[in-house]
Write a protein that binds this ligand. Sequence first.
Ligand SMILES: Cc1cc2nc3c(=O)[nH]c(=O)nc-3n(C[C@H](O)[C@H](O)[C@H](O)COP(=O)(O)OP(=O)(O)OC[C@H]3O[C@@H](n4cnc5c(N)ncnc54)[C@H](O)[C@@H]3O)c2cc1C
Length: 371
Amino acid sequence: MSYRRRPCPERWGRSRTLERVQELHDAPLAPLTTFRLGGPATRLVTATTDAEVIAAVREADAAGTPLLLIGGGSNLVIGDKGFEGTALVIATKGLEIVGTRMELAAGEVWTDAVARTVEAGLAGVECLAGIPGSAGATPIQNVGAYGQEVSSTITEVIAYDRRSGETVTLTNEECAFSYRHSRFKADPERYVVLRVRFELEDADGLSGPIKYAETARALGVEPGDRVPLASARETVLKLRAGKGMVLDPEDHDTWSAGSFFTNPILTDEQFAAFRARVQERLGDGVEPPAYPAGEGRTKTSAAWLIDKAGFTKGYGSGPARISTKHTLALTNRGAATTEDLLALAREVVGGVREAFGITLVNEPVTVGVSL
Ligand SMILES: Cc1cc2nc3c(=O)[nH]c(=O)nc-3n(C[C@H](O)[C@H](O)[C@H](O)COP(=O)(O)OP(=O)(O)OC[C@H]3O[C@@H](n4cnc5c(N)ncnc54)[C@H](O)[C@@H]3O)c2cc1C
């Protein structure tokens, strides 16, 4: 079957129309990513049903061909040389809400699904509005923003297990979720997410407790308060848009993967050494951001580190630069290559390490390249 219309990331934030199973050879992957970066795939297959997904995965595995799974391409850094193997776009459809339960097919557009939960009067994912990409990718890095993470509402993930060749159901506990991490991210060659099940909350049209101070401020409430669901969603969308964190094809600040680095989590000992280094460099009164991250661990802010190491908003003179709206987003200004992006990322990592002794870790998944 021929492939007439390539799905573009900017359209995926709304509804996307995809033709049925397609196969292309030597197909460019850049248009399938929000960075608009990456060379071609030897073979590009688009699957629109679970059966097609499983068949494509089984075929690649039986042939010993490397496999790259692609949802919305919003967390992928693909090398300029592309991908030697089968790139499989998961474009399955299906959204069902029954009572407080929701089941999503992996290919559903995440932010559209969030809008549907708000329409249905259900709380739990309203602060995750505006996050690009597919529902099936949300468990991979335990997507989170503005005080919510999918690990709080996911009950089960239905996945194809490439090791056993069976479709399996993993409970929330079995997904081993943590900050921007999961069993799926730890073992990327094993599971293909087919469906995700959520348990949401019926709080009479109100949101979950607003946990994030910035959102509470913008809503004019105290942290912990609940607000009408639609207000929570709209406020988050507004805050995100101001930081270039909602896809807009006209705005190069959104040609990114969102946050490029995760927030470092330090042991008490590491944090004490880091704090001393900050005060030595920036002055005695300066306190680095510190958030509790479990027993004996503290999370600090990657954006703060980058900024204080001298990489401020808009930094860079080449085709890859730091977003003019958010220090944590590396962006393609239109003509960048993946190498340009990686050179910038390495410069930032090196600068932060030199200034504060902390090595930042990239959040997006790299394909055929590394930092
Ligand atoms: C502007 C912008 C803002 C963002 N803001 C946030 C944010 O606030 N919080 C946040 O957590 N993230 C954020 N992100 C990152 C990204 O949107 C999320 O990680 C999202 O879940 C990725 O979904 P995707 O479908 O685009 O995944 P892709 O980029 O297509 O894939 C990401 C990884 O998941 C794998 N994968 C995809 N689908 C499946 C599947 N069905 N089964 C198994 N593996 C799969 C891929 O192989 C790859 O390893 C942002 C990105 C952008 C561009």
